[in-house]
Design a protein around this ligand. Structure first.
Ligand code: GTP
Ligand code: MG
Length: 432
C-alpha cells in the first residue's frame, strides 16, 4: 500500500526513521512524509491546518493510507478519516506493529498472540461505541458503525478462550525448558532491539550441529534463523546448541521496540519467557548507530527486561565491523553506565566470538565438581557417555583389573545429581 508517514511530537523535531522502517517492514511503500511539533489536538491529533495539508499531500501522491507514529484514539481516527479522501486508511503505530506481527505469525502461538492483541485493541473501541449509543440512543452514532450490544461480551469471551489456549502452550514450553535444564543445558537468551543482529549472532554461536539428530527432542530447533535488514524479522523463538565447551542452548527471540502500549506487550509477554527464564541474557546492541540511538535502545531494552529478568546480562556491541576502534571506544565510554564492560563482536564477520564465548562461560552459574567410581557393568559406558554429553569431563581412568571406571567431571548441580542417581542404579557385578 502507498502510504504517507505522519508524526507529531510535543517538542523538538520529529524523527521518522523508525516509523518508516516499520512501515516498510509491513510491506508499505512510503510516498510522503509530514511532521508537526505541537501539543496534541483532542479531535484531530494534528492541528487543523496540518490535517488540511495532509489531505492535499494524500491527494497529490495518490496515497492509500496514512501511518501515524503516534497513538490515535478512536475518535481521532474517525475524524481524520473524514477529512481525508475517501477510502484512505488511517493506521497508528500500534496497529502497524500488530499488522507486521500478523503477517509474520507462522506458529499457532504467534497467531493466538496476534489475535489476542487485536481483541484487546478492539475492546475499548467497542466500549466507546456502546457508551455513545447509550447516551445518544442512536446506534451508529458518529458513523462509528452499527452498535451491537453483544460485541463487547463477544470480545471478552474470545479473550478468555485465547488466554486459556496460550496458557496451555506456555506450560508445554516451560516443561521443555525444565527438561533441558535437567539434561544439563544452560539456557542463554539473545535479547535486544529489533534489527540489532540477534539472529545473525545465533547462527555464529551455534555449533555446527546436525539438527536432525535432535529432532523430536528439541522441536524448536530450526535449520535457519532468518536474518534480514528489516524490523521484526524474528517473531518466534529458535534454539540452537552453542559451540561452547559447556552444553549451552541459545535462544533467539523477538526484538524489542520502544513505545508500545501495555495491551500489546501483554499479548506477547510469554514470547519473552525464554529471556526472563534464561540463565544468562546476551543483550545485543547495534554499535553502528549514533550513540544517542544506542542509548535510547538500551534504555528500552532494560525497561523490557527490568521487571522480570533475574539472570545476569552481558551486553554485546554488534556490527563492530562498521565502526573503527576509536569510535567504538568513545561509544563504550559514553554508555558505560548502561552497559558496563560490553563485548564487541561482528556477527556478520565472526570477530570477537572467542571473547564472547569466554564471557558466556564465565557468567553462567557455577559448576559443581564430582568424582564417581563406577563398577563395570551393563550400562556403565552408557552413563559415561551421558556424562560426556552433559558435563565437562576432566578425567576418565580405568582400574587396572578393568572392573571399574572413575569419572571426574564438573557440571550443573542437577546433572551431578542425575549422574549420582544413575550410578547408584548400575547393577553390581557378580562376585563382588
Ligand atoms: N555489518 C554488519 N551487519 C550485521 C551484523 N549482524 C547483523 N547484521 C545485519 O543486520 C540486519 C539485521 O540482522 P538480524 O540478525 O536479522 O537482526 P535481528 O536482531 O534478528 O532482527 P529482528 O529479528 O528483526 O528483531 C541484517 O541485515 C544483518 O545482515 C554485523 O555484525 N555487521
Ligand atoms: Mg531476528
Amino acid at each position: 500500500m502507498k502510504v504517507i508517514i505522519a508524526k507529531r511530537v510535543d517538542a523538538g523535531t520529529a524523527d521518522t526513521e523508525e516509523i518508516a522502517a516499520l512501515a516498510e517492514a509491513a510491506g508499505h511503500e512510503i510516498v510522503g512524509e509530514l511532521t508537526q511539533t505541537r501539543t496534541e489536538d483532542a479531535a484531530l491529533h494534528l492541528g487543523e491546518g496540518k490535517v488540511a495539508e495532509l489531505a492535499r499531500l494524500v491527494a497529490e501522491t495518490g496515497a492509500e493510507g496514512v501511518v501515524f507514529d503516534n497513538q490515535l484514539g478512536p475518535y481521532q481516527t474517525y475524524n481524520l478519516g473524514r477529512r481525508l479522501p475517501d477510502g484512505v486508511v488511517v493506521t497508528d503505530r500500534f496497529r502497524l506493529i500488530l499488522d507486521i506481527f500478523g503477517q509474520r505469525a507462522s506458529t499457532r502461538k504467534a497467531q493466538l498472540q496476534v489475535e489476542l492483541a487485536e481483541l484487546r485493541y478492539e475492546l475499548p473501541r467497542a466500549e466507546t461505541k456502546a457508551s455513545l449509543a447509550q447516551r445518544e440512543e442512536r446506534p451508529g452514532f458518529m458513523g462509528l458503525g452499527e452498535y451491537d450490544e453483544s460485541r463487547e461480551q463477544d470480545i471478552e469471551a474470545q479473550i478468555s478462550q485465547i488466554t486459556e489456549e496460550l496458557a496451555g502452550i506456555e506450560e508445554t514450553e516451560e516443561h521443555r525448558r525444565q527438561q533441558r535444564r535437567e539434561s544439563g543445558f544452560d539456557l542463554v537468551a539473545l535479547a535486544g532491539y529489533t534489527n540489532a543482529g540477534k539472529s545473525t549472532l545465533l547462527r555464529r554461536l551455534a555449533a555446527d550441529l546436525d539438527v536432525d539428530e535432535n529432532e523430536g527432542r528439541h522441536p524448536d530447533l530450526e535449520r535457519t534463523a532468518e536474518s534480514e535488514n528489516r524490523l521484526f524479522t524474528t517473531l518466534g523463538t529458535t534454539t540452537r546448541r552453542a559451540a561452547t565447551e559447556r552444553p549451552v542452548l541459545v535462544t533467539d527471540t523477538v526484538g524489542f521496540v520502544s513505545n508500545l502500549p501495555h495491551w500489546l506487550v501483554e499479548s506477547f509477554k510469554s514470547t519473552l519467557d525464554s529471556v526472563y527464564l534464561a540463565d544468562l541474557v546476551l543483550l545485543i546492541v547495534d554499535a553502528s548507530e549514533p550513540v544517542e540511538a544506542m542509548r535510547e535502545k538500551l534504555v528500552t531494552s532494560h525497561d523490557t527486561l527490568y521487571e522480570r529478568n533475574e539472570a545476569p546480562i552481558v551486553t554485546v556491541l554488534n556490527k563492530a565491523d562498521r565502526v573503527d576502534d576509536a569510535e567504538l571506544d568513545e561509544k563504550r565510554a559514553a554508555l558505560s553506565a548502561l552497559a558496563p564492560d560490553p563485548v564487541a563482536v561482528s556477527a556478520a564477520e565472526g570477530t570477537g566470538l572467542e571473547e564472547l564465548f569466554d564471557r558466556i562461560e564465565a557468567a553462567l552459574p557455577d559448576y559443581e565438581r564430582e568424582r564417581l567410581v563406577l563398577p563395570m557393568a551393563e550400562g556403565t559406558m552408557g552413563l559415561v557417555s551421558w556424562i560426556h554429553d552433559h558435563a565437562r569431563v576432566e578425567d576418565v581412568s580405568y582400574g587396572e583389573s578393568g572392573e571399574q571406571v572413575t569419572v571426574a567431571f564438573a557440571a550443573r548441580p542437577s546433572v551431578v545429581e542425575r549422574s549420582r542417581a544413575r550410578a547408584s542404579e548400575l547393577p553390581v557385578p557378580a562376585g563382588s
